[in-house]
Design a protein around this ligand. Structure first.
Ligand code: P6P
Length: 332
């Protein structure tokens, strides 16, 4: 095993990647320590009385879990005072969070889904934290408009997945590296460099219960997969659906696959289910950096010009040749 800690890795990376400034290094290190604390809170579960609903709703109208709120607070508290950020945005907060004036201000913007897949938390299934880092475009007072940058503007993206082991996956735009938490040391150790997604796959991830609401290109694509070796694809496929995007994306980064949360007649009003700025964009950067592709079914997600902070978007991501096929079906 490499024995390379996250801190040592960041020093190494900074040498050959000028985009990794001391402030950006500090942001990633403090997100990592927040994820360690979130992992501890999740690990205690029932023992710490942190399961179940918080009795509140987020801007999405979704009931918040206690751990959604706890995770959000951990990220805010560990991030706000280190002088690297101008503001933060979260799935769990309606408005952007300006760094209080008593703290030094920085040039970076941190966006996160503090606990993705939290509907799984009460049944002990893997969940995760997704984060994305942008830079302020100018020196003016930060507003929500500063966050409305395309995915291609991200300087860093990553997630922590709280599964049988706690892992952190990171990209600064020069490939995707994976760390595993050594719980005795309390350190993330580099365990996989330059993750690559196979261009072809036999595994797909979609919530099949929505089938009757899908648009025809998605109907066609999934029907062909289900026909397997007896149909036009001439091979059998397997299905996985964890209902935690982080867990599904981690599987795809590890062994390939295609993940779909398409827009359908139920979600057309909102534009889809998953959020662009702190779910689809960071995951798309990781997927593309690992040799995969990520589109709305019609266009590249990372090229979208965001209009709203909590904007939703259809997502088709993973093994390049499958994503290209789904996109072709939409554009035929
Ligand atoms: P469904 C979790 O709530 C989430 O945002 C993603 O992590 C996950 O992929 C999706 O929603 C699951 O949606 O409709 O299957 O519950």
């Amino acid at each position: 095993m490499s024995g390379i800690t996250l801190s040592r890795y960041l020093v190494e990376q900074q040498r050959n990647n000028p985009a990794i400034t001391p402030d950006l290094r500090l942001i990633v290190e403090s997100v990592a320590s927040a994820c360690k604390a979130i992992g501890v809170a999740i690990g205690k579960g029932e023992l710490a009385g942190v399961l179940g609903g918080a009795g509140s709703e987020n801007i999405q109208g979704e009931a918040q879990k206690k751990l959604d709120v706890i995770s959000n607070d951990i990220l805010i508290r560990t991030k706000q005072a280190n002088g690297t950020l101008a503001a933060m945005a979260s799935e769990e907060m309606d408005e952007i969070y300006l760094i209080p004036t008593e703290y030094p201000q920085g040039d970076y913007l941190l966006l996160f889904d503090p606990l993705d897949g939290s509907s799984n938390i009460d049944v002990n299934i893997s969940v995760g934290t997704i984060f994305s880092v942008l830079k302020k475009a100018d020196d003016n007072e930060v507003t929500v408009t500063d966050f409305l940058q395309p995915g291609t503007a991200q300087v860093c993206a990553g997630y922590a997945v709280y599964g049988p082991s706690t892992q952190m996956v990171l990209t600064f735009g020069q490939g995707v590296d994976c760390f595993t938490l050594d719980r005795e040391l309390g350190e993330f150790i580099l365990t996989q460099r330059q993750m690559r997604i196979p261009e072809d796959t036999k595994e797909f991830a979609i919530n099949m219960s929505n089938q009757r609401f899908w648009e025809s290109p998605v109907q066609r694509y999934i029907e062909e997969l289900l026909m397997g070796s007896t149909g036009p694809r001439e091979k059998d496929f397997n299905m996985r659906w964890v209902a935690s995007m982080v867990a599904d994306v981690h599987r795809i980064l590890t062994r390939g696959g295609v993940f779909m949360y398409p827009v359908d007649s139920k979600t057309r009003e909102q534009g889809g289910k998953l959020r662009l700025l702190y779910e689809a964009n960071p995951m798309s950067m990781l997927i593309e950096q690992a040799g995969g592709a990520s589109t709305t079914g019609r266009e590249r997600i990372m090229a979208l010009e965001p209009q709203k902070l909590h904007q939703r978007v259809p997502v088709v991501l993973g093994s390049k040749n499958e994503v290209e096929r789904v996109t072709r079906y939409h554009n035929e």
